[in-house]
Ligand binder design. Structure first.
Ligand code: ASP
Length: 449
């Protein structure tokens, strides 16, 4: 078993490295336009999708629904579920706020936007903003925290559950799983058989996930080649180099220092051993840039290799993939301050606090799919702009939304990095909450007493 596991890890790392090499040296061509690069990379991305991402995505709806229902049913008592659910949400919000605070500190110290000549960046940024479809996506999304929350709550209670599931909205599926799980517990003796059927279905789904994970090396090879082929690694060190560095250093500190401290204190676990145990999850998140696509792998690996309890994982991981995004929160804070710095704005402490709150909440609202964080970043920019207008009155200078186009080019790679941190944060949540909801009956009674 161990040998097989090591072979798979080796193959995945090989797929990742070869993908980066092929993307950089065979696909990327600096003389081509963005559009041409995008179409050259398309067949590679399609191959990656068909081989790995689609099989994973296909699992999401049944897996989320059944795992949450089984998790909730196994926690049992609604009051105890309230304690576990409350602790999970608090944990997630707390670690996200920590990530934003770290991002704000770093971007204020490193000042990646100060002294950058924005004139050339702006013209290419504007065209990237208009042509990449980002402007429409931002215009179609919520513009403030209130709107984002109303949207979130609205989507939790769909008119038609099946339609929401078909459209791939995970939040209503999580809510549906919680409600059914509770009803099954309260239904008593007669519902026991349904719980057992769901438990059996869950085991079968996890078996399928284990098969799909063997497709990871090949899938990851194609996906990474396509991504690197569109961006070109050299662009990461151009005028945006300091910005990229600030985001990457922030993500690294959060993932390897802050979150491990939290895990050590609250989860009483050796964090680096745990990180090694869930390595496939982190690599899959990095390669796919989607917490949602990674979800089946996260569920399977946290239980099979990470030693997390089934009770906690089944409930905490689907919720985490939907709302917990430490990496996205940190990235949004750094990106927004970077853009303001570049256009010579002096942000006040109050405006920094606005960023702290809105970046945390905007990350909650971001979907677990590629580039989602880039879209919800508009909420943070709008909030700071509203404060600038309130202070400066009508006609006050604000940050134009098209400046987002400037950071679009390097976003594909940063998206991979932040998604890895998002999912690592979910795994830590599952490990910490495993103490509150262990599988062992006696321990569970003790923890929740
Ligand atoms: N791609 C990220 C995720 O799936 C979200 C983001 O764009 O920040 O977790």
């Amino acid at each position: 078993m161990k040998k097989k596991e090591n072979l798979l890890t080796l193959l995945i790392v090989l797929g990742l490295a070869l993908g980066a090499i092929v993307g950089q040296f065979l696909l990327y061509d600096s003389s081509l336009s963005e559009e041409a690069l995008r179409s050259a990379a398309r067949p590679w991305q399609t191959a990656g999708e068909v081989i790995f991402i689609r099989p994973l995505m296909m699992m999401i709806v049944p897996l989320v629904f059944i795992s949450v229902a089984v998790g909730v049913a196994s926690i049992g008592n609604p009051q105890k579920l309230g304690v576990v659910g409350g602790a999970t949400v608090l944990f997630y919000l707390g670690t996200m706020a920590m990530a934003v605070a770290l991002g704000l500190t770093l971007v204020s110290l490193i000042k990646p936007g100060v002294g950058v000549d924005e004139s050339t960046l702006l013209s290419s940024g504007v065209s990237a903003f208009e042509s990449g479809g980002i402007s429409e996506r931002i215009a179609g999304g919520p513009s403030d925290v209130g709107g984002s929350f109303i949207g979130l709550i609205y989507s939790m209670v769909p008119n038609n559950f099946l339609q929401a599931a078909v459209e791939g909205n995970t939040l209503p599926v999580v809510v549906g799983g919680i409600v059914i799980g509770l009803a099954l517990v309260l239904g008593g003796e007669k519902c026991k058989i349904t719980i057992q059927v769901l438990e059996g279905a869950f085991e079968a789904l996890i078996k399928l996930v284990m098969w799909i994970i063997w497709l990871a090396p090949l899938g990851i090879f194609f996906i990474v080649a396509g991504r690197v082929g569109q961006v070109g690694l050299a662009n990461l060190v151009g005028p945006l180099g300091w910005y990229v560095l600030t985001v990457v250093v922030g993500l690294l500190i959060h993932a390897t220092v802050l979150l491990p401290i939290v895990l050590r204190l609250l989860g009483k676990t050796n964090p680096y051993q745990f990180m090694w145990n869930v390595r496939k999850v982190i690599i899959t998140a990095f390669s796919t840039a989607s917490s949602t696509a990674t979800l089946p792998v996260t569920l399977e690996e946290c239980q099979a290799s990470g030693g997390c309890s089934k009770r906690a994982t089944n409930f905490v991981i689907p919720l985490g993939a939907t709302i917990n995004m430490d990496g996205t929160a940190l990235y949004q804070a750094v990106a927004v301050v970077f853009l303001f710095q570049m256009l010579d704005f002096d942000l006040t402490l109050g405006q920094m606090i606005i960023i702290l709150v809105t970046a945390t909440l905007a990350a909650v609202g971001a979907a677990g799919i590629p580039s989602a964080g880039l879209i919800t970043m508009a909420i943070v920019i709008n909030a700071v702009n509203a404060s600038l207008s309130a202070v400066g009155g009508e006609g006050a200078r604000t940050l134009p939304m098209y400046t987002v186009g400037i950071i679009l080019g390097v976003d594909r790679v940063l998206d991979m990095c932040r998604t890895a941190v998002n999912v690592w944060g979910d795994c830590i949540g599952a490990k910490v909450i495993s103490r509150l909801a262990p599988d062992d009956e006696e321990e569970r009674e003790k923890a929740l007493a």
